[in-house]
Design a protein around this ligand. Structure first.
Ligand code: COA
Length: 157
């Protein structure tokens, strides 16, 4: 079982995200907010970050980082989605850096994720950011070709 996360550790990184969004996207239409949920049900460390625009404009993006059940050294990155309005403008790259900083701050050793083999943008971003392919497989439940990725968290970024 892993140790509980000290949620104050993540706050400076969420401030950085808020700063990035404000610089890049804020105008009369959008007023971005960062929400942080720490779900420790079943003693499972899991963070979900989601950013919303003004009520009429829906959400900006969301992503989750969850500790792998059974191994407190591994963090699984999942649930990443950027609203199409905000895609292709550097937010995906910013989140790459942010997730590494969060994983490092909490002392994880390895980050893992999966993608669809045909997700060329996310696959490009992962490769560009030093992630390695650890496996490729056909998901027999969905018949989707998938890629498993891993990133070894360095001591310093
Ligand atoms: C995948 C996703 C997270 C990327 O975020 P983003 O903000 O659009 O990405 P960025 O703008 O930071 O970077 C996009 C990069 O991909 C490159 N790119 C764009 N189209 C591409 C393509 N068809 N093939 C390869 N690379 C491409 C861009 O040139 C850019 O790289 P560069 O900065 O080196 O020039 C976002 O598009 C998204 O949420 N998509 C839908 C949901 C999804 O796929 N989630 C991931 C599930 S695993």
């Amino acid at each position: 079982m892993g140790t509980m996360l000290d949620t104050s550790i993540i706050k400076p990184y969420l401030k950085d995200l808020e700063g990035f969004l404000k610089n890049k996207f804020e105008d009369k239409e959008y007023n971005v907010k960062v929400k942080f949920k720490d779900d420790l049900e079943n003693q499972q460390n899991s963070l979900n970050v989601s950013i919303e625009g003004k009520k009429d404009h829906g959400f900006v993006c969301t992503f989750s980082l969850s500790e792998l059940p059974g191994n407190c050294g591994i963090l699984v990155s999942h649930g990443l989605f950027i609203n199409t309005t905000f895609q292709g403008r550097g937010l995906g790259q910013f989140l790459q850096d942010l997730k590494k900083k969060i994983a490092m701050a909490y002392g994880y050793t390895i980050m893992m994720c999966t993608t669809l083999e045909n997700n060329s943008v996310e696959n490009y971003l992962l490769k560009k950011n030093g992630w390695e392919i650890s496996n490729k497989f056909l998901n027999k439940r969905t018949m989707h070709y998938c890629i498993e990725w891993k990133f070894i968290i360095p001591n310093k970024l």
